[in-house]
Write a protein that binds this ligand. Structure first.
Ligand SMILES: Nc1ncnc2c1ncn2[C@@H]1O[C@H](COP(=O)(O)OP(=O)(O)OP(=O)(O)O)[C@@H](O)[C@H]1O
Ligand SMILES: [Mg+2]
Length: 470
């Protein structure tokens, strides 16, 4: 399309330029030759036409009112009747000039003239096989005493102009084809590179939809697509972690429930196989069954708490204004028998009436879990220090024990569900490894923070910070 438009524009431009130039000449000379022609001064007229032809690189002819050649600069057509359209146009009157293009056998007497350059040479090479040549006729009437007495006809060889036009057309055609092929190649290449990450992403997403969370895509560059790919990778990594945690959680929960269940089964079976029912042993075995059931219900309660805390909805909290100081003292009262049993002194330092907007039940749970740990992992006859104070806009709750402590490697994991440093000991102490996970969830829901300082064999200090607004 562009090729056709460009070719036409160039053709029109070059031909219009030539035709308007020679139209102008034909008109000028028709006026000039009028007196010569009227005087029937054949030699003067001929000389004039020869000069015009030589000067303007054309062939000048004068015809009379009947179209018969009266003088020809090339002296070949004298007496011949010309009937081309341009002569007819101007002799009939009404037009000052008329021009037309003809593809004639090369008998017009011109030397074939190609421009002396690469275009000319190519043109000669491409088109020399034909004997025809392009000529333009420009005719203008010779008027004397307001009467048309003849016409001047300029026959202009335009072979080189046409050659030029044709060659330019060829060039445009070749450039258009090359550009087209280049564009197609570029589009194919570019769309291949562009679409590759999209294809990879689509593939990855389909795999994730099928449950394979190990999918990752290559991230290169800084483009929007690269950002999308990196977000996708983050998402699949998170999904993979979640899947892993979920599997681990289910496995741990099942394991934790299986242990007391197996114990209960063994205890019940040994009761069944007793030949003689000894009330003392039976009571003891039933006592063990009961404590295993307690352990199971504790575990189920913890699991349920975690599930609810995980929902992290505002409804997960029953918020009211809580007197934290009173709540902590009550928790310590309840735990005193436990510490007393092991000769552990519970040293309490609490500022009075610290108010906090939160869920009282969950906050007490937080206190219980942390103080219970401190007692559980302390040596007998040691001391556990508990304090609750405010500092500018913070409520600081601290529990310090001088017990077994936690090694540096274990600290990052102790908030993980079911994580217990010493599984054997935890079994003895009755822990399930969910206490600190619950603590962390409660603190996060109350926009607080928790910090652990621990030295293996020396003791642990746990600090909880809550926002203080009162
Ligand atoms: N004060 C502490 N001193 C030493 N180790 C501790 C202390 N608190 C927690 N830990 C370690 O961190 C682990 C996780 O604690 P967490 O409270 O979550 O579980 P648990 O006490 O074993 O069981 P439970 O679910 O009954 O609380 C414990 O098993 C213990 O190894
Ligand atoms: Mg605990």
């Amino acid at each position: 399309m562009l090729f056709i438009i460009l070719s036409n524009v160039i053709e029109t431009f070059l031909l219009d330029k030539t035709s308007s130039e020679y139209n102008q000449l034909a008109q000028t000379h028709s006026v000039q030759v009028a007196p010569l022609f009227n005087q029937a001064s054949a030699t003067k007229l001929y000389t004039y036409l020869v000069n015009v032809s030589a000067e303007n690189d054309c062939r000048a002819i004068v015809v009379d009112a009947y179209g018969i050649v009266q003088s020809d600069a090339f002296s070949q057509l004298n007496g011949v009747a010309l009937d081309n359209q341009q002569i007819i146009d101007v002799l009939q009157g009404g037009v000052n000039v008329s021009h037309g293009f003809y593809h004639l056998p090369s008998s017009s007497g011109y030397e074939k003239s190609y421009p002396n350059n690469l275009i000319g040479e190519l043109r000669q090479f491409l088109f020399n096989s034909t004997d025809n040549e392009w000529v333009m006729y420009c005719a203008s009437p010779i008027i004397f005493d307001s009467k048309i007495i003849g016409a001047v006809l300029l026959s202009v060889p335009i072979e080189s102009t046409v050659a030029q036009i044709e060659l330019i057309k060829w060039q445009i055609l070749i450039i258009s084809i090359a550009t087209g092929i280049g564009a197609i190649l570029l589009i194919t290449l570019f769309s291949g590179t562009m679409l590759k990450p999209i294809r990879q992403l689509t593939q990855g997403i389909s795999q994730i939809a099928l449950g394979d969370f190990t999918q990752r895509v290559k991230v290169s560059g800084n483009s929007e697509l690269a950002q999308l790919a990196s977000t996708f990778n983050q998402m699949s990594e998170r999904l993979e972690n979640l899947e892993h945690t979920r599997n681990e959680f289910v496995a741990n929960a099942s394991h934790e429930l299986k242990t007391p269940m197996s114990t209960i089964k063994i205890l019940v079976e040994s009761l069944q196989h007793q030949k003689k029912v000894d009330p003392v042993i039976t009571k003891e075995l039933l006592g063990d069954v009961s404590s295993e059931i307690d352990r199971m219900s504790l575990l189920v309660n913890d699991l349920l708490s975690l599930v609810r805390l995980d929902e992290q909805k505002p409804t997960a909290l029953l918020v009211s204004q809580v007197n934290l100081s009173a709540a902590l003292m009550q928790v310590c009262d309840n735990l005193t028998p436990l510490s007393f049993e092991r000769g552990i002194e519970l040293d309490l330092s609490v500022s009075a009436d610290i108010a906090f907007n939160g869920d009282e039940y969950k906050l007490k749970r937080l206190f219980i879990n942390l103080i219970d740990n401190a007692i559980k992992y302390s040596e007998d006859n040691s001391i556990v220090q508990v304090s609750l104070h405010t500092k500018s806009n913070q409520i600081i709750f601290k529990v310090q024990d001088y017990g077994v402590g936690i090694s540096e490697e274990d600290v990052p994991y102790i908030f993980d569900r079911f994580y217990r440093v010493d599984k054997m000991r935890a079994r003895v102490t009755g822990g399930t490894g969910l206490g600190l996970s619950i603590v962390k969830s409660i603190i996060l829901l109350h926009n607080g923070d928790i910090k652990i300082d621990s030295t293996l064999g020396k003791g642990t200090t746990i600090t909880v910070v809550l926002p203080y607004t009162a």
